[in-house]
Ligand binder design. Structure first.
Ligand SMILES: Nc1ncnc2c1ncn2[C@@H]1O[C@H](COP(=O)(O)OS(=O)(=O)O)[C@@H](OP(=O)(O)O)[C@H]1O
Ligand SMILES: Nc1ncnc2c1ncn2[C@@H]1O[C@H](COP(=O)(O)OP(=O)(O)O)[C@@H](O)[C@H]1O
Length: 253
């Protein structure tokens, strides 16, 4: 075996030099597969140029998502709550987090307002800033799901293409979009932070629902709305999400 590996070590690079495949030639400079055989193990290192980074390598760790999920007895996923300011996103996120916790499930809330105090404090509310905000949170949510957690993201996330980009980061079933379909009049009537009042007075520019668009989802998994003009209690809405997660098998490994 050792002898075979030694021969491969010598002959494999020579073979590639003498007979480079068209695919290898095309990929040179963009993606360079470097294979080596050592002892009984064969591993493949991918060197890539991604975004603005060159010469970066993916390092695979021995403990994977499946093992973490088994440890936690649940499946990692992202519950993405979208809706107007004042529609009840944060309330639902926290109620859901509490409910999952009481059932013995590990979740984590990524709230737009809170993240803007740290990770996203260099971003404002111009369209490109909102897009970057959602992109970052989408990537963080993906990591939490990979860690095996039920990640609850609650952000206005007003643009459909940005939410769809976050969805595309995960296997489709693992991104559960929850639309807080509450009328603007209800949200504005609540106005717990007085922001709608300021927006109506022209003191805040580009406020979602007033002078910046909110694009309602067209393919969400869960839609929450008023029933006979009454908004369901947060616990009722959280219950719907828990039932969905349970039904799809996320609450077991
Ligand atoms: N111009 C403008 N438009 C909308 N919202 C505004 C704006 N300025 C400040 N705020 C406050 O910021 C909170 C929304 O942050 P998000 O990160 O969720 O927004 S976004 O997804 O990037 O659009 C939002 O919090 P919620 O009310 O919890 O939604 C507001 O309190
Ligand atoms: N299901 C609900 N029924 C009644 N009031 C609610 C409900 N959900 C949230 N609220 C109230 O509405 C206001 C806005 O809720 P919040 O969760 O902060 O919304 P968002 O995060 O979308 O801005 C808060 O004062 C909250 O107490």
């Amino acid at each position: 075996m050792k002898c075979l590996c030694k021969s491969l070590k010598i002959f494999y690079p020579c073979f590639l030099l003498l007979f480079p495949s068209p695919l290898l030639l095309i990929s040179l400079g963009i993606l360079q597969p470097l294979s080596y055989i050592a002892g009984k193990k064969a591993c493949c290192i991918l060197m890539a140029t991604l975004g603005n980074s060159a010469n970066i390598f993916w390092h695979e760790c021995p403990v994977g998502q499946a093992e973490r999920q088994k440890l936690l007895n649940q499946k990692g996923c992202v519950v993405w709550i979208t809706g107007l300011s004042g529609s009840g996103k944060s309330t639902l996120a926290c109620t859901l987090g509490r409910e999952l916790h009481s059932r013995g499930h590990l979740s984590y809330v990524l709230d737009g307002d809170n993240l803007r105090h740290g990770l996203n404090k260099n971003l404002g509310f111009a369209p490109e800033d909102r897009t970057e905000n959602i992109r970052r949170v989408g990537e963080v949510a993906k990591l939490f799901a990979d860690a095996g957690l039920i990640c609850i993201a609650s952000l206005i996330s007003p643009y459909r293409k940005d939410r769809d980009s976050c969805r595309a980061l995960l296997p489709d079933a693992n991104f559960i979009e929850v639309f807080m379909n509450m009328p603007l009049s209800l949200c504005e009537g609540r106005d717990p932070k007085g922001l709608y009042k300021l927006a109506r007075a022209g003191k805040i520019k580009g406020f979602t629902g007033i002078d910046d668009p909110y694009e309602a989802p067209s393919n969400c998994e869960i839609e929450l709305r008023q029933i006979n003009g009454v908004c369901p209690a947060p616990s009722e809405m959280a219950g719907k999400v828990v039932s969905y997660l349970d039904g799809k098998g996320f609450l077991q490994a």
